[in-house]
Structures are given as structure tokens and as C-alpha cells.
Ligand binder design. Structure first.
Ligand SMILES: [Zn+2]
Length: 146
């Protein structure tokens, strides 16, 4: 099912509800998504960030900037913090609760995937640029001296 199909189906579900119920529900989904996003904003130990140097609206909005923690190091990594990438996984006869659970599950998967990706990027950076600091910061043994 494509993302557009999913959105259409969710909108069809909402259209069948009384308007106050539907708008309350949408509000709660947004709150859930915001809470998951806030969780995702906790910076992993190797880096500082995220900052949003381009703001949260307009072109380049949602682009987060993660920077190396080491003073004087200029390494930065940019990451697109998209809101709803890919279709939600929903059962055939889904309910509002299913949508809510799917949004939370997707946000949580996305958070983990981003964390894994960021950690890999910064570990590699530390391995090449600050190998002596890896062990102390991340509990990873420094590579043996050649
Ligand atoms: Zn660095």
C-alpha cells in the first residue's frame, strides 16, 4: 500500500467520525508523533545536536545538524528529520487505535534507525580523527597502534 493510499484510508476513517472526535484524534496523533520526535532529539554521546540552523519551516526545514563534541573539530553531519516517511503498516480493517499504534511504532523504528546511522557516522569519524577518545566516551577500545 502506498503512502498516499494510507493517507486516503485514514482520511476516510476520520470522515466517518463526528468532527470533534476526528479532530481530537488527529490532535492526539500529532502529540504522539511530537513526543516520539522529542525522544529522537536526545543527542547520542558522540555528538552534539541536533540544531535546526534553517528553522523548522521552508526550504531545508527539518534538516538537523549534528556536530562533533570535540572542541575545535569542525565535523558536522546533516540529517533530514522527516515527519512521515513511508507508508504506515495497518491491518485491513484498521481502527483509530491501530493508526495511533502504527504512528508510534513507525516513529520508534525511525528513531532507532537514525540513532544507528548517526552512531555509525560518528564512530567512524572518531575512529579516524579522535581514536584516543573513543574508549573514554563510548566504552569502545581504541584501535591498536600500528
Ligand atoms: Zn571530531
Amino acid at each position: 500500500m502506498s503512502e498516499q493510499d494510507t493517507v486516503d484510508r485514514i482520511n476516510a476513517l476520520l470522515a466517518e467520525m463526528p468532527q470533534e472526535v476526528a479532530s481530537h484524534l488527529v490532535q492526539r496523533w500529532h502529540q504522539d508523533a511530537a513526543r516520539m520526535a522529542a525522544q529522537a532529539d536526545e543527542a547520542p554521546p558522540l555528538m552534539r545536536g541536533p540544531e535546526f540552523p534553517w528553522g523548522l519551516k521552508g526550504f531545508n526545514a527539518q534538516t538537523a545538524r549534528f556536530a562533533c563534541r570535540q572542541p575545535g573539530c569542525t565535523m558536522v553531519h546533516l540529517e533530514f528529520m522527516d515527519e512521515l516517511p513511508g507508508p504506515l503498516r495497518l491491518p485491513a480493517n484498521f481502527t483509530a487505535e491501530d493508526v495511533s499504534a502504527a504512528i508510534s511504532a513507525q516513529a520508534s523504528e525511525r528513531h532507532q534507525a537514525r540513532l544507528d546511522r548517526l552512531t555509525a557516522v560518528f564512530r567512524e569519524h572518531y575512529r579516524t580523527e579522535h581514536p584516543e577518545l573513543l574508549e573514554e566516551i563510548h566504552g569502545t577500545p581504541a584501535p591498536a597502534e600500528c
